[in-house]
Design a protein around this ligand. Sequence first.
Ligand code: SF4
Length: 463
Amino acid sequence: MTTPRKLHIKSYGCQMNVYDAQRMVDTLAPEGFVETDSADEADLVILNTCHIREKASEKVYSELGRLRVMKDDAARSGRQMNIAVAGCVAQAEGEEIIRRAPVVDVVVGPQSYHHLPQLLARAKSAGRALETEFPLDDKFGFLPAPTRQAIRARGISAFVTVQEGCDKFCTFCVVPYTRGAEVSRPVARIIDDVKRLVDNGVREISVIGQNVNAYHGEGPDGRPWPLGRLMHRIAEIPGVERLRYSTSHPRDVDDSLIEAHRDLPALMPFVHLPVQSGSDRILAAMNRKHTADDYRAVIDRFRDARQDIAFSSDFIVGFPGETEEDFSATLALVTQIGYAAAYSFKYSPRPGTPAADMQETVSPEVMDERLERLQILIDSQQSAFNLAAIGTTVDVLFERPARNEGQIVGRTAYLQPAHVMASPDIIGKVLPVRIESLERYSLLGRLASPAAIAQRAPMTSGA
Ligand code: SF4
């Protein structure tokens, strides 16, 4: 038997990258690779990069500088270390990575990582290997299924990619260039993946895609199925306790998705629906293809279908041309919707995107000041939402032992962490918890008595 080789993956960015990193581990497991937490001792280090944040490429190059030192140390002790760069920076930079960082052995785009074993073999014989085209073969058809052991080690909540890429071309975003056009996986393959996960202890499925509600994969009837119909099918699988999806575009919210929220208790009433700005002028400059009122109308449709639904969103502050009036419209939208959580960022240009060439930039001081005002508003809404849980009894899916001895931590329907003193036997179960206090963003409570369960308010309400 050959000695296992050690693999270290450092993943940046979104849920898609977390999922991709797991699938890289699955792809390399048959080649004898086992995961390690330490880059120092790895035979293969993969940087699974993200292009969304500011100066993403520069951060990758400085990380590669640190890895070069490690690779030299390994060589001095007679050990070979290979370095691969994957993800969206790999896609965007391509050969430039090898030119600027000759320490890199393999560059692989997000659509090609199922070819990692071949690329490593090519790098061994040719010194370097690069693949950043969008290959004709379907990556998902070639990825080996995760082992039983790998699924169990990853916990009771799992991601399943159902859709990749984006055709929307928001003017600030690199995704359409790095991940390519929208592609949806067939329903049958997704169902196989979910069954395998649930058979091995997974209880919560988060289906993911860059533009997940643009999903239109082929159903068993040969027709394209919308996301809502897929949700209904997944919810039928015994063992699926909770179902989530992200990230959605307001324009692609259709009746099937609204009906899924109305009809499926397993579909969690917490929707991440990015809006980016509350100003129609800025939304048009961003090419978001919807107005602030369109967004409000979508929110109303969700709320009509399920009254306990809550929302999170993404905001960009200081997009080129944003005036104080535009920014006030964003604050007004946030005030009106009332979010349970939201992510907000200062605009920063991504090379190659149309917005990067826009001239009317907002000064850093103004951006800082606006971001602070927005974050104060969002924080106050999030605190109010969390405080409202105190004194109520909520369902919690328990995930793992907490850091504090004797405590087990889980998540509410709204992804709030909730801690109770209990035996680890409750891991993997959804149980009612009486919430007693709040510590920063975590809820603290106790398992509710059977009487409390009987008195618990229903979580759902029909349209
Ligand atoms: S919809 Fe989302 S992924 Fe697509 S271009 Fe816009 S921001 Fe990027």
